[in-house]
Design a protein around this ligand. Structure first.
Ligand code: PGA
Ligand code: ZN
Length: 416
């Protein structure tokens, strides 16, 4: 039973204020969660409100309604959050407020269900994946950016993220390790080529090079590290094409080219084959269901085509995507939709129609590791959460710990 809820302002990995929520139950259980924040946010996402407003909404409108509620009834809690908010995109109490409350309630409930005095048993906060999930969980493969630009590093590449995943690794430990080796290799290849650079918001290298150079370097890095470690590591992209799209002129604007929607489809399809891409996210802008469908038709048999800004973790938008065969995967960002239950519902619908599900961080993150648990609990095939940086590594290290509990070789079986 929820006894108290408090909120506070903390800071995310960009140094921006964000909201953290703590939930206390009458049996002494406790849960804490923080809202992340995007830079290349989709138009149809749940709305994040300024932190001072979020804190006062929490205090004045949310807390008293949630007190005395059963924390283990996540669905009712999340429905209550929707009722209190009264809008369809959490623009009243804030999607940031809502997601932090919803996740903190889940953590407090898992603490309550799994709390024990035996120190040899996993700490209760590690049981969130089990509390929310099924009896036979599997691990997702980590997917992370090693190089990028776009809204996360203006002046660097046009394509927002060059991603890697060690999908040939047998264990979660090797899968995390393989990605870190590629991150290092990319830096070495850049340095060898005389290119100096810093990092973008998510820890990927941010050189001021053309995308063609970035492809050359990342594909070489993936090849070399795969050979060294003896398992397959593959390349992927988050184009974040809404950021490149000029709605007035109806073209995608790159530094050295403009592409019509038809040219964009051909361009991306060409990249899939040239660089053996296993994953492409947001190749077209967030309203182009038809363009997505065309690309999926062309390369969907050999590449995961994932909608992020297209679907915004929203079942209504996903439904439209399913009907139009617009993709074969969905990015899952709990703060895009605002509650754990809505997150689960999006994943459930996606799975029912054979879509892959990719649990994801935001570019502005904290050390909150809830998404690692959600990815395992809900059976996501991939967890997109960067490769380096404390706020990314927090999730990856949690996966390693969960792996100790369920078996570090119990990887998802639903990737090629
Ligand atoms: P964001 O970017 O968190 O800045 O929106 C991540 C993504 O586009 O996947
Ligand atoms: Zn994205």
């Amino acid at each position: 039973i929820i006894e108290d809820i408090i909120g506070r302002r903390i800071f995310d990995s960009r140094g921006n204020p964000t909201i953290e929520v703590e939930v206390y139950l009458d049996d002494g259980s406790f849960g804490r969660a923080a809202a992340p924040a995007g830079a290349s946010t989709g138009t149809y996402e749940a709305v994040a409100i300024p932190v001072p407003d979020a804190l006062s909404k929490l205090e004045n409108e949310v807390v008293e309604q949630l007190i005395a509620e059963d924390a283990t009834d996540q669905e009712s809690i999340d429905m209550l959050l929707h009722d209190i908010d009264g809008t369809d995109n959490f623009s009243n109490i804030g999607g940031n407020t809502s997601v932090a409350v919803s996740m903190a309630v889940a953590k407090a409930a898992s603490c309550s269900v799994y709390s024990t005095d035996d120190y040899r048993v996993e700490p209760p906060e590690r049981m969130l994946y089990r509390y929310l999930g099924n009896a036979y969980p599997r691990m997702p493969y980590p997917l992370g950016n090693v190089l990028g630009g776009g809204a996360h590093a203006p002046g660097a590449t046009d394509i927002q993220e060059f991603l890697v995943s060690s999908i040939g690794a047998d264990t979660i430990d090797d899968a995390v390790y393989g990605n870190t080796l590629v991150h290092k290799k990319v830096k070495k290849l850049l340095t060898d080529a005389g290119i100096v650079c810093g990092k973008g918001d998510e820890g990927g290298w941010a050189p001021q090079v053309k995308d063609s150079k970035a492809f050359e370097i990342t594909s070489a890095a993936v090849r070399e590290v795969s050979d060294e470690v003896g398992f397959s590591i593959r390349l992927g992209l988050d184009v974040a094409a809404s950021e490149l799209w000029d709605e007035k002129k109806k073209v995608y604007v790159y530094k050295d080219a403009k592409r019509t929607p038809a040219q964009q489809v051909d361009y991306i399809a060409g990249l899939v084959d040239k660089y053996d891409l296993f994953y492409v996210e947001d190749p077209l802008h967030e309203n182009d269901f038809d363009g997505f469908a065309e690309l999926t038709e062309k390369v969907g048999d050999r590449c995961i085509i994932c909608g992020d800004d297209l679907f915004v973790t929203n079942v209504k938008r996903l439904q439209e995507g399913i009907e139009k065969f617009a993709a074969n995967a969905i990015l899952i960002k709990p703060n895009q939709i605002g509650t754990v239950t809505d997150t689960y519902n999006a994943i459930t619908m996606a799975k029912r129609f054979g879509f892959k599900t990719v649990m994801s961080h935001r570019s502005g993150e904290t050390t909150d590791n809830t998404i690692a648990h959600l990815a395992v609990a809900f059976g996501c095939e991939l967890l997109k959460t960067g490769v380096v940086g404390g706020e990314r590594i927090a999730k990856l290290n949690e996966l390693i710990r969960i792996g100790e509990d369920i078996g570090n070789d119990r990887m998802t079986e639903d990737l090629p």
